[in-house]
Ligand binder design. Sequence first.
Ligand code: NAD
Ligand code: UDP
Length: 387
Amino acid sequence: MAAARVDLDGRPIRPMTICMIGAGGFIGSHLCEKLLMETPHKILALDVYNDKIKHLLEPDSLHWSDRIQFHRLNIKHDSRLEGLIRMADLTINLAAICTPADYNTRPLDTIYSNFIDALPVVKYCSENNKRLIHFSTCEVYGKTIGSFLPKESPLRQDPSYYVLKEDDSPCIFGPIEKQRWSYACAKQLIERLIYAEGAENGLEFTIVRPFNWIGPRMDFIPGIDGPSEGVPRVLACFSNNLLRREPLKLVDGGQSQRTFVYIKDAIEAVMLMIENPARANGQIFNVGNPHNEVTVRQLAEMMTEVYLKVSGEPPIESPTIDVSSKEFYGEGYDDSDKRIPDMTIINRQLGWNPKTSLWDLLESTLTYQHRTYADAVRKAMANPIPS
Ligand code: NAD
Ligand code: UDP
């Protein structure tokens, strides 16, 4: 396995040590799994939690146990951070508050997490000449130029008004009182700082802009493996509604558009970045699937159809319900209207293309959700905790 690995230019890939911050999260858990199963690389896995990577840390998976070390730490205040970055060849920073329900309700935590807490990571990488792959977001693009055109303008159909390009598109956020943009703005500033470290101090960096990666282990199901009042991202919100046989809530009519990419496809792109530094350094990459575009309403309809198929349950009378964003998220919410990633740069540098259709990725993800949560939800609903 290890000996045969070569990069895109046919050069052998040397085993490396990767300091992965936020390794216990959704993306981190898939990346750890892939690295352990398919490469000889070692992982220093840093996170406050490890529930999603427990299966990789337990003794019966011993054949890779010398290649993953979990360090429970909070990067806000832990003096071990620099030492761990120095021990590694590459740092991947995934740590962030990244659920929209937090952006307008906990804007300070959001800004600290996405900007201030990331600063030492960038600094230690730069000072110690270590490569950094930093996770940003497609949300740095904000709204499309097209969203400011009159509704009936034919220019709205012109891709140059909505396709998002790393080296060309502007970043368009709403006013400060729309605190939704605290996350996007913090991510944009850390991108600019990393870029400047590259330009002025020679930091070897890659910035990843994920476009709605979804799949198993994303977020939590409220009241089961997360707080009852918690609001995760849309996949987990809709999964929760389906598991409880309640209508899916469409925020402001569910008219916003998103492109969804399967986590396993996206992880392939990250692997190419890890193992092809000469092609990935100095780059900002969109990682998404432009072919999987739907409105949130269409997503709700498709998830309902797929869930009924995998669960064998009958439909409910009213499968969706409209809810205002103020009611759902509170004051200060705003939304990105449409997110189509331009794939030119990642195609040119890494030859990567997403493979999985929306239907197929929902089928495997909702099969997982049903298998993992249906019994627990049924039990929780039969024995509600008295308030
Ligand atoms: P996630 O919340 O599942 O994972 C983030 C992990 O970071 C969590 O396990 C959390 O405990 C950890 N973490 C947060 N703060 C920490 C701290 N101070 N110290 C130690 N660990 C800390 O989120 P994810 O979906 O895996 O996202 C990972 C990264 O990708 C984030 O930077 C996010 O902004 C970015 N991103 C993801 C998506 C997506 O589609 N999933 C989209 C856009 C951007
Ligand atoms: N959304 C919704 N109902 C829900 C959860 C989310 O209509 O129960 C909408 C949300 O307003 C946004 C889209 O779904 O337009 C995607 O939300 P997500 O939380 O996944 O994050 P985003 O893509 O905005 O970063």
